[in-house]
Design a protein around this ligand. Structure first.
Ligand code: G2I
Length: 334
């Protein structure tokens, strides 16, 4: 009798002491819980207009412990007219996440896309800088203390072999150097001192001219004390597409002293077995890099993916778990 009671008493004591007692035999059964057991978050991009759909919200809240608003915190959504902020949709996602204990990634403060027309019409660098300051103060200030990681600047670098910044309103008015990016990070730190600040981009998932250019910027920022804490790797991948040096690339950024995160993961593919293997590779790479502390898929279900026709996510259009879901859960529990 006593022999049967003792383990329970011991387990209870460990729980009170805050010691995890789950062993391999009690592997967690959701992405978020399994990632948490590895000291990570597993998240999804969320669209406010789907939160009212029970299957969508139930899947989100059961499986994911991190939320990124897919569009609702972007400039066109939050400041459609100069100095007039609209936060209804973003607030709704933030409230949903907070009430379900989900950590938030803010996306995104400064980007060349999804800008309201008035920003694209700003004709001088000083006016654009003033607008950027007001915008960062307005949006990052609104959610001060509630955002774990902000994508401060998104997709500033050009594709191809040049290794330079992309031509956009930002570079056209403020120059083809990283000074305005630096300024955005400094403003974001002031607006929300407790948020970790990220640079986020795509086609940076292996070592190439673009990721090298980002690497050089981050190294420079760290050397000069510019407040950058994290680099986001979007990882919009295809069926053939996990670069062989994916993990090594994450690791070289981590070695600069920043967190690294997979921020917009989706892997296109109609062959679900190949897709599952590619997902496994990405998640295992992240787990192998101690500073890779969050993985976010760019959506919950194939049904609402920005590239739905390539069925790139972990849940199908009926919210059923796909083979890729099972491979991800298995790696997280391994
Ligand atoms: O393009 C995929 C992602 C690449 N990295 C940055 C992300 O912010 C970006 O997300 C996508 C959203 O998933 C789409 O939902 O960004 C697109 C716009 O660049 C979003 O598409 C837009 C449509 O183009 C608009 O017509 C629509 O009004 O979504 C808007 C809101 O539903």
């Amino acid at each position: 009798m006593i022999g049967k009671v003792r383990p329970l008493v011991l387990a209870a004591a460990l729980v009170v002491a805050g010691v995890a007692t789950a062993g391999p035999a009690e592997a967690a059964t959701t992405l978020g819980a399994s990632a948490a057991a590895k000291g990570r978050f597993f998240g999804a991009a969320v669209a406010n207009n789907h939160l009212g759909e029970a299957a969508y919200a139930n899947t989100l809240d059961r499986e994911f412990n991190s939320v990124t608003p897919e569009n609702e915190m972007k400039w066109d959504a939050t400041e459609p007219n100069p100095g007039q902020f609209t936060f209804g949709a973003a607030d709704n996602i933030v409230n949903h996440a907070r009430s379900h204990g989900q950590s938030l990634r803010g996306h995104t403060l400064v980007w060349h896309s999804q800008l309201p027309g008035w920003v694209n019409q700003i004709s001088t660098g000083s006016a654009l800088m003033t607008a950027m300051q007001r915008h960062i103060n307005g949006v990052a200030g609104r959610y001060r203390g509630q955002i774990a990681y902000w994508d401060v600047v998104n997709e500033a670098f050009a594709d191809g072999t040049g290794g330079g910044l992309r031509s956009s309103i930002w570079t056209q008015r403020l120059g083809f150097n990283t000074g305005w990016i630096e300024q955005a990070f400094r403003l974001a730190r002031t607006a929300d001192p407790n948020a970790k600040l990220c640079y986020n981009d795509y086609n940076t998932d292996g070592q190439n001219a673009k990721s090298n250019a980002v690497f050089n910027m981050v190294r420079d920022f760290k050397a000069r004390g510019v407040p950058i804490d994290c680099v986001g790797f979007q990882s919009h991948l295809n069926i053939n597409g996990v670069p062989g040096d994916y993990q090594a690339n994450l690791q070289r950024f981590a070695n600069l002293g920043v967190d690294v995160q997979i921020t917009e993961l989706d892997i296109g593919g109609s062959n679900f077995t190949t897709q599952a293997n590619n997902y496994r590779t990405v998640v295992q790479a992240c787990l192998n890099v101690s500073r890779c502390n969050r993985i976010v898929t760019w959506g919950v279900t194939d049904k609402y993916s920005w590239r739905a026709s390539s069925t790139p996510l972990l849940f199908d259009g009926n919210f059923n778990k796909k083979p890729a879901y099972n491979s991800v859960l298995a790696v997280l529990n391994s």
